[in-house]
Design a protein around this ligand. Structure first.
Ligand SMILES: [Fe+2]
Ligand SMILES: [Fe+2]
Length: 451
């Protein structure tokens, strides 16, 4: 039987790289699956795992000062996962001083509609005992199948130095084709950020393996080099069921309400607290809405940090005409106000808008004075919705893929929003004053307020 070139290449790799003695039938993708996927014009290399690790990603741990989490995928012939880590050296001398960490391994089989099922082993580990400021190298794998060596610079202790991160709204659609340039441009602009934050709808269909493959390919080595945190959007859910990929492929904190592991959680990075709320469970499940509200109020009461960044997929204030998340606002805004949450990073509306807001008695969302919580909606992928004329937005943009670089140092937060081609479109500073709401200094470039 003759197969397209990419199919042959994949098959040869699969067989050659499998551990000796393992039958071809034990590889993750059967010949029938490969044939069927090829007939459906699916990219089999993106979809099916091999014995060589792919989809390698770092995640922030709950306390990231001395550790980082790493996850990856292999086919099911690979029964174990190992992380090898060492202090980086200028040559390959580090190979003499490797520390080995055994991962936990879990099996996942998913099937999207009529496409062939994809079976994989997902491996997950925490690299701990790291010293701030040191440069490390690590690789993941087992037996004959290993990744390249990735270099990871453990951030200096955050005290007294700027801490910065990238923020991406919905990637979601045509991720390989159209989101790749955004994450790559962001990385090019700020390669030494401490982490990346994804505000939900990373992909479009929650169980569609190849879309997750596109997301990993778009970020490529960046995912394995800069740790991420992500909050799920409605597209990571269907019928209130979380994407089967979410928990196996990420390693996010487990410190939120029971039942919302890795979707509602906090990361404490010295003076910065990053909180992810599970928007879909707020919207769909009153029990989890209440649990998240109680939990948020509790952590901000008992373990407050100087800065609080909240990420949630559904916006408190919408950029889209005729959309309004009133219930979300009624339940959570009093908590945000009470604790003076600094900035809320959101997605879902597929446009860009930001502002500080005060509700007028008529219920209209008025632009606030220059103080309070800053609300941001953003989109990094290509799908776009119309922009509303609601006056809450101080700055807004339609039809623009955006990314943001946010830098926090001492009592100041600097926010810069860039378009996909790397142009600065929006900028402001939040200044913290003891016990008071933040003051806002707009630094918007001299371009129209709406585009
Ligand atoms: Fe969404
Ligand atoms: Fe979306």
């Amino acid at each position: 039987m003759s197969f397209p070139l990419n199919f042959n290449f994949f098959l040869v790799c699969t067989v050659l790289l499998a551990a000796p003695g393992l039958a071809a039938a034990q590889t993750a993708a059967s010949a029938q699956d490969l044939t069927r996927a090829t007939e459906m014009n699916l990219d089999v290399k993106l979809m099916f795992p091999s014995p060589v690790p792919d989809r390698i990603i770092l995640n922030l741990t709950a306390e990231p000062e001395n550790s980082v989490a790493v996850n990856w995928r292999t086919d099911t012939t690979v029964q174990q996962g190992i992380v090898e880590v060492a202090l980086a050296t200028d040559g390959t001398q580090f190979i003499q001083q490797l520390r080995k960490i055994t991962a936990t391994t879990e099996y996942l089989r998913t099937r999207h509609e009529q496409e062939p099922a994809v079976s994989a082993h997902y491996h997950s580990a925490v690299i701990d005992g790291l010293t701030p400021g040191n440069v490390y190298v690590y690789r993941v794998g087992f037996g004959n199948g290993w990744s390249e060596w990735f270099q990871y610079r453990m951030p200096e202790s955050t005290r007294g130095r700027p801490l910065s991160f990238l923020y991406f709204g919905d990637a979601q659609n045509d991720v390989k084709s159209h989101w790749s340039r955004v994450i790559r441009e962001a990385y090019k602009k700020m390669p030494e950020v401490d982490f990346m934050l994804h505000a939900g709808d990373l992909i479009n269909r929650h169980d569609h393996d190849i879309e997750w493959g596109e997301w990993f390919q778009a970020g490529s080595f960046i995912h394995a080099t800069v740790p991420s945190v992500m909050t799920p959007g409605n597209h990571e859910y269907r019928n209130v069921k979380l994407s089967p990929h979410w928990r196996p492929q990420y390693n996010l904190p487990l410190n939120g309400p029971k039942g919302l592991e890795e979707t509602c959680y906090q990361v404490n990075y010295h003076d910065l607290k990053v909180v992810s709320l599970d928007a879909e469970q707020i919207d769909e499940t009153p029990y989890y809405a209440q649990k998240q509200a109680q939990w948020l109020d509790s952590i901000l009461t008992h373990d407050a940090r100087r800065w609080t960044v909240l990420t949630i997929h559904y916006p408190f204030y919408s950029t889209k005409p005729n959309r309004d998340n009133l219930e979300l606002r009624n339940r959570f805004k009093p908590i945000l106000d009470k604790h003076k949450v600094d900035i809320v990073l959101q997605g879902h509306d597929h446009a860009y808008g930001r502002g500080m807001v005060s509700n007028s008695p008529s219920g209209q969302n008025r632009r606030a004075q220059l103080s309070g919580t800053m609300y941001v909606v953003s989109v990094s992928g290509p799908k776009m919705y119309n922009l509303s004329e609601d006056p809450w937005m101080f700055r807004k943009a339609g039809n623009s893929q955006m990314f943001q670089i946010i830098t926090i140092q001492d009592n100041q937060l600097l926010y810069n929003a860039y378009t996909a081609k790397g142009e600065l479109y929006d900028s402001f500073i939040l200044r913290k004053q003891k016990g008071e709401a933040n003051t806002l200094v707009n630094k918007t470039p001299n371009t129209p307020e709406k585009r």
